[in-house]
Write a protein that binds this ligand. Structure first.
Ligand code: NHR
Ligand code: GAR
Length: 214
């Protein structure tokens, strides 16, 4: 059995998409939020998943919070740690501890728009294509090996909200896909930091084209 631990900070819609599509042979062992008020905690409990909060505000600094978070996570013996809308930068020691077994979804077509407020910045910049990226987490923010991306058009009448909604529909498709590949043991990061998907049925090297929207 492969254990998956998911970290959230908010709504938990990606967590839910992953939980609903998890393969036999894998299990969401726990969902942990750094924000006690995160809606996703209730969503997880509704799905029968153990859900707990660890409030970062009661810790004196980032390192002590991360050390305690690591303890909680490791009590579930995770094979994979999934960041799903988790909003705290993780310290280097934490990232090294889960090296090669921690994924994040970032709401942009990386390497464009690392960091926060990606939809607003995409609209301000005037890009015609935007999207989401699943990547392995490395100490430097939002630059780890890319597993899968999906692109969406930016439409003239878009607001941050309508654009976010279009991107998130793709997130709910590509994040479960990436997790399934990981659970199947099919992801490989080569020495140049490129990810390969072994025996991908979708396309020659595991990329997948999102369905064209109307
Ligand atoms: N940690 C490391 N080391 N590397 C990454 O690639 C990480 C990471 C932690 C989170 C997710 C990320 C994203 O997809 C992620 C990737 C939060 C911030 C941030 O600035 C930046 C990137 C991401 C998540 N957080 C503020 C902080 O001081 C707090 C913001 C808030 O609470 O609203 O931690 O974009
Ligand atoms: C998602 O769109 C995710 O890409 C983004 O937050 C949303 C979380 O939604 N992540 C970040 O912005 C990380 N900085 P969810 O809680 O419903 O999955």
């Amino acid at each position: 059995m492969k254990n998956i631990v998911i970290l959230i900070s908010g709504r938990g819609s990606n967590m839910e998409a992953i939980a609903r599509s998890v393969l036999p042979g894998a299990k969401i062992a726990a969902v942990i939020s750094n924000r006690p008020e995160a809606k996703g905690l209730e969503v997880a409990r509704g799905l029968g998943i153990e859900a707990l909060a660890l409030d970062h505000k009661i810790f004196p600094d980032r390192e002590s919070f991360d050390a305690r978070l690591m303890q909680e996570i490791d009590s579930f013996a995770p094979d994979l740690l999934v960041l799903a809308g988790y909003m705290r930068i993780l310290s280097d020691d934490f990232v090294r501890h889960y090296s090669g077994r921690m994924l994040n979804i970032h709401p942009s077509l990386l390497p464009s728009f690392t960091g926060l407020h990606t939809h607003r910045r995409a609209l301000e910049t005037g890009v015609r294509l935007h999207g989401a990226t699943v990547h392995f987490v490395t100490p430097d923010l939002d630059v780890g090996p890319i597993v899968i991306q999906a692109a969406v058009p930016v439409l003239p009448e878009d607001t941050e909200e309508t654009l976010a909604e279009r991107v998130q529909a793709q997130e709910h498709r590509i994040y479960p896909q990436a997790v399934r590949w990981f659970v199947e043991g099919r992801l490989e990061v080569d020495t140049t930091g490129h990810v390969h998907v072994r025996d991908a049925s979708a396309a020659p090297d595991g990329w997948s084209v999102p369905p064209v929207e109307p």
